[in-house]
Design a protein around this ligand. Sequence first.
Ligand code: IPM
Ligand code: MN
Length: 342
Amino acid sequence: MPHRIAVIPGDGIGTDVAAAALEVVQAALPGGLEPVTFDWSCARYLETGAMMPGDGIATLRGFDAILLGAVGWPATVPDAVSLHGLLLPIRKAFRQYANIRPHRLLPGVEGPLRKAGFDILCIRENTEGEYSGAGGRVHQGTQDEVAVETAIFTRAGVERILRFAFAQARGRSGRLASVTKSNAQRYSMVFWDEMTDRVAADFPDVAVTRYHVDAIAARMVMAPESLDVVVASNLFGDILTDLGAAIQGGLGYAASANINPERDAPSMFEPVHGSAPDIAGQGIANPIAAIWSGAMMLGHLGEGAAAARVMAAVEQVTARGIGTVPGRDSTAAITAAIRGAL
Ligand code: IPM
Ligand code: MN
């Protein structure tokens, strides 16, 4: 039976890179995917007043995975509206609590550090923490205005992301970096440290090191090769993975998977980058981050061989210097080269 894939191209360059990713994953697994495309986007919001239909989540639930391009078109719809109307509800409704983001240099890509040999896997908590959405504003628009945004760390939420990260570390080098800011945030982050110690007892083969988020940010630049699996809260993981994207050559190479580890709902695969209004419609968006995300989707669907074929093709193409200089090669040319290499 083919895997049923919900494709949400979204906005801006999302439409270009989602099409490229779909083309490549289908070529890697002929007849193995059954895609259905949804036009959920800011354009749809302008027409109908909603980013997705009221039964959007129920519709997506019937799929095996979701492939997403990018969400956001701030010129017409405020980001806080578009993201809370599409991307974030999907992550939360489907308990995609593990956001996995690999950071390594593809062959032929020269990152700004001029240094190779790092291979970092960031595991970002994806459904609670600083982005829980709990808060409010009072006395709006007056001198007495107050805004409160509460970070929520639940025992269940922290424990499950740590267990997931420890398991990933066990499957790689056995080294895990746990990121907090427990010197300044003495409730949530001290709690995170305590949970790290508790979970560590079940993974005696994993060596865990605690870092404060500011220190690990510096380390990702100065000594990225010293890191392997990194686990962090929603906000810290968000920031560190843009830094990870930067050291791997840019957002055009940064892939991500929003995983529901229990597999009781679909997981979602998307590049880390946004809709890039500045280059949208020019046909020059780098599709590699989306294609790499597509490879992660194939892996999640149990199609490890097809996933490996996609990554081998991507690496062969970048090693030839295609897709390695921002804005030089067209989306179509990079995609065609990767298809050719397949
Ligand atoms: C990301 C993005 C989103 C996030 C935004 C657009 C809400 O920055 O996937 O990293 O922070 O989760
Ligand atoms: Mn981000």
